[in-house]
Design a protein around this ligand. Sequence first.
Ligand code: ARG
Length: 471
Amino acid sequence: MSKLWGGRFTKKTDQLVEEYTASISFDKELAQEDIQGSLAHVTMLGKQGILPAEDVEAIQDGLHRVLQRIKRGEIEFAIADEDIHMNIEKTLIDDIGPVGGKLHTGRSRNDQVATDMHLYLRKRVVEFVGLLQKLQEALVGQAKENLDTIVPGYTHLQRAQPILFAHHLMAYVSMFGRDIERLQDSYKRINTLPLGAGALAGTTFPIDRHFVAEQLGFDRVYENSLDAVSDRDFIVEFLSHAALVMMHLSRLSEELILWSSTEFRFVELDDAFCTGSSIMPQKKNPDVPELVRGKTGRVYGDLMGLLTVLKSLPLAYNKDMQEDKEGMFDTVRTMQGALQLFAPMIATMKVNKQQMRQAVNQDFSNATDIADFLVGKGLPFRQAHEVIGKTVLYCIENNKYLLDLTLDEFKQFSPLFDDRIYQVLQPEQVVNARNVYGGTATVQVEAAIGRAEQQLAQTATWVEEYLEKSK
Ligand code: ARG
């Protein structure tokens, strides 16, 4: 059989053009969604009396058979049939005869492809919320194990103030929590039905778009037919949310890489998540976080790529828009891979509490607290800052830490010091003194973990409910 749109043509398509314009090599990933959309469409055509019941039944049976054959890998898609939509239609017609040609009544590939993309992406969004929730669970699990682990907190990658390692991990729980919120919010925009917009202007057939929406679980239909077929905002939005997820993963990757270096030795990643060197037998490389950090770049690229494709496109559909798919599939695969690995990698990570403690003992990250002590005694903070700066300099010159100084040594810098400072300087005291909502004091971190666990349970319920809805 010739092309489904061959009527107007007198010449065969150039072979190179065929290859250049075909999307079947990648949009075959949409086969299931395409058939799902077609089943709803043809059911509606029957309900509206646009097609007789026996035709509807023949098409429905045929579509189910085509789907089974695709799933079994029995169908060889053809470049000559351009994309998944025409490959499926052609297979259907081959299977049930010319009646299969009635499926496309009142529909265009433009509203069809947009519908497929919405069906595809809403499932992925729910799965990603689930994957992010699993990662949060792993982070919360480690946080609970490390409520007594004190580690230097850094600014400028210089030791700043001691914090609980649990507090550090919980920062990532908050970050991934925002990612979850963003994805959940995007669902309502993704869950809007374009079908029924036709090529661009609607259709002359008395279709029922709301019935199709209801069958497919869409909450609403696009208001404007031109917008329905031209809108790819929902993919841009997904890619930008993905870019943020990857940015967060990349920051965590960077920390894991630093922490597992010999210079830090704060954590050890499980052997299952590391690789060796082909020449240096001693090496254990953190390849997974390194690759995640690296692959963040391609997700940013996918986002910029699509934004650039869409920029300046006139309404309505343009073939340029076929370029929306590969980047989206690439981002889905890249982010899936990263999240699937990260949760177990975090859960199995060994935390070297002793090494962290040693780092805390050998630094000046308690300096702010003795400055605050002097402030408590009435010294203006600026002067206290100056006094402690000099004290630290003295320590550095004499190869000591603050806790090594005698009271007499302290008193050289200010007569306001008394022996309570030794208590004030203890890392536990320094941490627990930051007892504000969101601070690093143990009680605050425990409370944060409690809130996170409630949120985790809510997210799990959402995922369960929406996995069903987005099927
Ligand atoms: N393969 C096309 C795409 O992905 C489907 C829509 C084609 N529409 C058209 N009028 N040529 O964008």
